[in-house]
Design a protein around this ligand. Structure first.
Ligand code: HEC
Length: 127
């Protein structure tokens, strides 16, 4: 009987820890699904928003959609990435390119929180 009390406390802590880990480390997926009501296409990982079909059709032919979803760029940088692929990677001329750029910059645009706060002085390497 006594043993149970002593062993269940660490077990509870472990479970609480796992729960917190799950909630924090997996939060982006459910946060964007529940918070913004944006659905994620489970096959590609792309956000289902206007323009999704176009992007899925044209941007997953040569490489994984992860190259798209892992990037966050301004509209200009998305455009220059597309131009670069057209020049060097045989990407074709995109029909309704504007819709593709709208989708990319709306859903994979530059993040507000892209830059972290500067390191405090005591954490900086000594020069
Ligand atoms: C004709 C083939 C092809 C198509 C279609 C294509 N890409 Fe690419 N893309 C490439 C290749 C090749 C690379 C380089 C991959 C590598 O470095 O591993 C690349 C790289 C990228 C990168 C990474 C660029 C970097 O600076 O690292 C992004 C982002 C990207 N593509 C987005 C897109 C988007 C958005 C579309 C749809 C408009 C698209 N791609 C369609 C061939 C293509």
């Amino acid at each position: 009987m006594l043993d149970l009390t002593f062993t269940s406390l660490p077990a509870k802590r472990l479970l609480t820890g796992l729960f917190c880990f799950y909630m924090t480390c997996t939060s982006p997926a459910w946060a964007s699904e529940l918070g913004d009501k944006a659905q994620i296409d489970s096959a590609s990982g792309l956000v289902i928003q206007p323009g999704f079909e176009m992007v899925r059709a044209h941007c997953t032919a040569c490489h994984s959609a992860k190259l798209v979803t892992q990037n966050h760029m301004s509209r200009e940088r998305w455009l220059s990435t597309i131009r670069w692929m057209q020049k060097t990677q045989n990407l074709w001329a995109l029909p309704r390119e504007d819709e593709i750029l709208d989708y990319l910059s709306a859903n994979y645009g530059e993040r507000d929180m892209g830059r972290r706060a500067p390191l405090p002085a005591h954490l900086m390497p000594k020069s």
